[in-house]
Design a protein around this ligand. Structure first.
Ligand SMILES: Cc1ncc(C[n+]2csc(CCOP(=O)(O)OP(=O)(O)O)c2C)c(N)n1
Length: 530
């Protein structure tokens, strides 16, 4: 007889899930053991939120749901951040937690939380697994995560039900939504006509593009020499070192320049553009020629827009000659953007933030996966890290939740063991989950962490000053980054010398080992770039 827990484990293993991330409690031990027996590794982390964030990145890179498993009550409550993140950052996440069995006495309220009610608004599929429904519910949950836009499924399984024999059956086959191939030719013609009438067109590529179409969209924007911008979460979909790259739109450094460029465009093509990444309202205030393959976050499709298969549309465009040429209409904005990085203030005892990006970019291979946490450093790396390959840049931007950088680095390194991984984090975010450095080493996921030390929640401090409020409680005392890394068993150094930063990072890549590099920065310098 197969227990319900064994059935869950078998379905996940058959679906190609080889790792589940989490932190256990007594109520999930049986399921964990069944996962082990099914050949699914349990990646033991030090906080459920970090486990969920890592799982989602791992899953998205492998084009399957990331799976996180927690106990009931507090462990399940700690899933709020990764579920919210996967919901707004469109990452495929299957979260499973334990729950109090239904037949416990009503007076048993210990650790009882309304988990389904808590997560239903963000998860598109929420169910309680039981012996009778397991072969239906688990495949449905997996398929829902991969239905675009990617998202969250949430399942509970009580420790009691886990042990009960499952009803006999086989896992149901559930298809994810297919893309309509209709209308690609007509939409290609409409876009060509619109471009033919534009002097300053700007293609803004967003989170709604599938990276399988990276080669096609690169060919198109380069063959037609179209000016192109991207939103942060699709950095690398086009080569950001190419001459037609205008910048990263969506609240990063130099946002004023990008907003000015968008305002100066006489045609904005929103290619998979999802406003979930945009913190201003230009997406609603100016006409956009939408080219969407799937609904945007929250299931939104702009009025009158028909979804279209991007591959078919790009193939149709590639079969045509460009309707005209556009000789660098955004050069002035590209120059302004570049100057903000290089017009350096003279740092005293710190490193110019722009030097950090440039030093690291000069030595890290193009296939390096960069993750960031949330704060000023995200704005810096989001705008200026020169992403060259798809799926090589990961940040929380729909939610913008701190704690992402190190967790995402673990998920990314496990998914792409051959690629160097670099996490750029602030000292505030680092102190939220630096303990996962021990996890990374233990599970064989070494990466480089660069901690930009400014002794403050600098993005918030800058915002405080911008609102003309007095500085108040946005600075914190020092925690020695080097000692924290050392305590987790990871080598570390501190430097304000760009050459030393670059050579230390390169050595760690060559030696395939973890390294933490603390870099003192002056938070006032960020304001020159924002
Ligand atoms: C979980 C969470 N809490 C609070 C915030 C608000 N917030 C955004 S940026 C930021 C400052 C981050 O400080 P740090 O990690 O040191 O990075 P820095 O801004 O200094 O680069 C804060 C508190 C958030 N985005 N996420």
């Amino acid at each position: 007889m197969t227990s319900t827990a064994a059935a869950v484990a078998g379905i996940l293993a058959d679906a190609g899930i080889d790792r589940v991330f989490g932190l256990p409690g007594g109520e999930v031990l049986v399921l964990m053991d069944e996962l082990r027996r099914a050949g699914v590794d349990f990646v033991l982390m030090r906080h459920e939120a970090n486990a969920g964030l890592a799982a989602a990145v791992y899953g998205k890179l492998r084009r399957q749901p990331g799976v996180v498993l927690t106990t009931l009550g507090p462990g399940a409550a700690n899933l709020m951040l990764p579920i919210a993140n996967a919901y707004l950052d469109l990452e495929p996440l299957l979260a499973i937690s334990a729950q109090i069995p239904d037949d416990f006495p009503a007076s048993h309220t210990h650790q009882l939380l309304p988990l389904h009610d808590a997560y239903r608004p963000m998860a598109r599929y929420v169910e309680k697994i039981d012996r009778a429904n397991v072969f239906d519910v688990v495949p449905q949950a997996l398929a829902n995560c991969l239905t675009r836009p990617y998202g969250v499924s949430y399942l509970t399984l009580s420790a009691r039900e886990a042990l009960v024999p499952a009803a006999t059956g086989a896992a149901r086959t559930v298809a994810t939504t297919d893309r309509s191939r209709d209308g690609a030719g007509a939409q290609a013609d409409a876009l060509t006509t619109a471009l033919g009438g534009a002097n300053r067109p700007l293609v803004v590529i967003g989170l709604g593009i599938d990276t399988v179409n990276s080669a096609r969209i690169r060919r198109w924007v380069s063959a037609w020499n179209l000016p192109v911008a991207v939103t942060p979460k699709v950095k690398g979909i086009v080569d950001e070192t190419a001459a037609n790259f205008v910048g990263v739109a969506g609240g990063m450094a130099a946002d004023g320049v990008l907003c000015d460029a968008i305002a100066a465009a006489d045609l904005v093509v929103g290619f998979g553009l999802d406003p979930v990444e945009i913190d201003k309202t230009w997406h609603a205030e100016r006409p956009i020629h939408w080219v969407l393959e799937a609904p945007n976050a929250g299931g939104v499709v702009p009025p009158g827009v028909a979804l279209v298969d991007h591959a078919a549309l790009l193939d149709a465009l590639l079969g045509q000659a460009p309707p005209r040429s556009w000789p660098a209409p955004f050069k002035e904005f590209q120059d302004r953007r570049a100057r903000l990085l290089t017009d350096r203030a003279e740092p005293a005892g710190t490193m110019w933030p722009g030097d950090i990006v440039q030093a690291l970019a000069s030595v890290m291979p193009a296939e390096t996966i960069v993750t960031t946490d949330v704060g000023s450093h995200k704005y810096l790396f989001g705008q200026y890290w020169p992403s060259r390959e798809p799926e090589t840049f990961w940040m929380s931007n729909g939610l913008s939740g701190m704690g992402y950088g190190i967790s995402a680095a673990i998920g990314a390194k496990l998914a792409r063991p051959a690629a160097p991984v670099l996490a750029a984090v602030g000292d505030g975010g680092f102190s939220m989950n630096a303990q996962e450095l021990e996890t990374a080493d233990r599970v064989g996921a070494p990466f480089i962490t660069v901690v930009l030390e400014d002794g403050s929640y600098s993005l918030i401090k800058i915002s405080q000053a911008g609102k003309k409020l007095p500085p108040y409680r946005t600075e914190f005392g020092p925690i020695d980054t080097v000692k924290m890394a050392d305590a987790c068993g990871v080598a570390a150094l501190r430097t304000t010398n760009p050459d030393e930063l670059a050579s230390a990072a390169r050595r760690a890549v060559d030696e395939r080992r973890s390294l933490v590099i603390a870099v003192p920065v002056d938070d006032a310098h960020y304001t020159r770039m924002f």
